[in-house]
Design a binder for this molecule. Structure first.
Ligand code: GLN
Length: 320
């Protein structure tokens, strides 16, 4: 059993933040016009421990578009509402090895959309949220679930929602191709709209870290103490994150960083070390697969300094 102190965790987070703050490289997403204009210098790093202790550095109160990180809570919602077997049967749990918005991936695996953590599977997940046919009740379920995971409510970024809705031609094609394969379980336009809206929710890195901490803490929000999902779902959601969280760069990420993490094109990253801690980073410039450049560097620096990683085979305990 290895122990690490809270002081060591604090120092590692501060060091990671300081080392990465001046890092250049990457580019804001620009296929969603709103995201192109976000200040590329924004940078935040947050950590939440299972006892609710937290570390927040930099622009941790800035609300950015959650984007694809929203695919994680909605996958959990579908598992809660319909069971994890339904998620596996109707969506799947495989990596595509292709970009998040790939149409090719749907054509290759036309018996299911592969995973709820790429656009196709996430749109199908939105179609599976209940109650079927009731857009406002479904939206409430999606937002309430994110609120429970974060311990506070996300806020819709209306301009982002409008910007994304006006330009999401590729996602419209994905939706109707899925409909063609009978992989949409509610009205297709409604399902796409729910997906676009959930991607447009504004969250802070503090909120994302609390969501990560709730997942790491087997469904109990470490800040509010609320049981948000059944403990048996933790290894399932973490396996989905590990498999495809960084799209076609996921294997490289796991090989070098050793922590399952999920990115969004808004610049957010959510990382989970089951049983140990949740971490979130935010910085808008992205690499070619759509993952935050600074966010990746900061999370990597943090886990490396502390010698953490899901494949290390070590039993670690955090002490005061
Ligand atoms: N809303 C974005 C899209 O559908 C999410 C993509 C992402 O964050 N990787 O393209």
């Amino acid at each position: 059993m290895k122990t690490i102190t809270k002081q060591q965790i604090k120092q590692a987070a501060q060091q990671a933040y300081d080392d990465v703050k001046g890092l250049s490289g990457g580019k804001n997403a620009d296929y969603i016009p709103f995201l192109a204009d976000i200040d590329p210098a924004l940078f935040a790093l947050s950590v939440v421990l299972p006892d609710g202790d937290r570390i927040d550095l930099g622009d941790h109160e800035y609300r950015f578009g959650i984007e694809s990180v929203s695919k994680v809570p909605t996958a959990l919602l579908v598992m809660k509402q319909s069971g994890s077997q339904a998620l596996l049967d109707k969506i799947g749990a495989d990596a595509t090895g292709l970009p998040f918005n790939s149409i090719f991936a749907i054509l290759l695996e036309n018996d299911h959309p592969s995973t709820p953590l790429v656009n196709a599977g996430a749109i199908t997940a939105c179609s599976m949220v209940t109650p079927t046919g009731d857009s406002s009740a479904k939206w409430k379920a999606i937002v309430d679930n994110i609120t429970d995971l974060c311990g506070s409510a996300p806020v819709l970024l209306d301009q982002l929602y409008k910007s994304e809705s006006a330009t999401n031609y590729n996602n419209r094609s994905i939706t109707w191709l899925l409909r063609n394969y009978n992989r949409i379980y509610d009205d297709p336009d409604m399902s796409l709209d729910l997906y676009t809206r959930q991607c447009s929710l504004g969250v802070t890195s503090s909120q994302l870290a609390a969501m990560a901490g709730t997942i790491a803490n087997a469904g109990v929000n470490p800040v509010t103490g609320k049981q948000v999902f059944d403990a048996a779902m933790m290894p399932q959601i973490v396996s989905l994150i590990a498999t495809v969280g960084f799209y076609e760069h996921t294997g490289d990420w796991l090989y070098t960083a050793g922590i399952p993490a999920k990115s969004g094109v808004g610049g957010g990253i959510l990382g989970v070390l089951p049983g140990l801690l949740g971490i979130a980073a935010f910085a808008p410039p992205l690499d070619s697969a759509g993952n935050s450049v600074k966010g990746q560097a900061a999370v990597k620096s943090f886990v490396r300094q502390l010698g953490l990683g899901v494949f290390n085979g070590e039993n670690i305990r955090i002490v005061d």
